[in-house]
Write a protein that binds this ligand. Structure first.
Ligand SMILES: C[S@@+](CC[C@H](N)C(=O)[O-])C[C@H]1O[C@@H](n2cnc3c(N)ncnc32)[C@H](O)[C@@H]1O
Length: 118
């Protein structure tokens, strides 16, 4: 996923259904990106914030409540988006990809392997 997303210094990654934030934080650390985690669970978000402190990425991470269908992020707000082990919980899979395309900047990438502009 990290390779495909092709993120670099100063880019922004959305971790959708981030839970405790592990995958997004790991990729952000590898790539020099910042991460915005979105999850409906306040307990998950609290764990993610704690983990971001533990790995020294507090200044490069933000965690906010939201769902696949409604992330709360602006149009074109991120350079890449991923979701790990969570798509199965989305009530409507079409909503997931509609929202992912909306929040990705032109030519941004999501983790399923298609360019946002295609
Ligand atoms: C198995 S956990 C995976 C967490 C994280 N992605 C990871 O790999 O560690 C599934 C996550 O999906 C979230 N979730 C469930 N329904 C959701 C929805 N409709 N939109 C976004 N996230 C949702 C849960 O709160 C939970 O954090």
């Amino acid at each position: 996923m990290a390779h495909y997303l092709a993120l670099g210094d100063g880019t922004v990654l959305a971790d959708l259904a981030c839970g405790a934030g592990g995958p997004g934080l790991w990729i952000a650390a590898q790539c020099g990106a910042s991460v915005i985690g979105v999850d409906p669970s306040s307990a998950g978000l609290a764990q993610a914030r704690k983990r971001s402190q533990q790995v020294g990425l507090t200044d490069h991470s933000l965690y906010q409540q939201g769902t696949f269908a409604s992330t709360g992020l602006g149009n074109g707000a991120v350079d890449g988006a991923l979701s790990v082990d969570a798509l199965q919980y989305a009530p409507d899979k079409t909503d997931v990809f509609r929202e992912a395309y909306r929040i990705l900047r032109p030519r941004g990438r999501h983790s399923t392997g298609r360019r946002a502009s295609e």
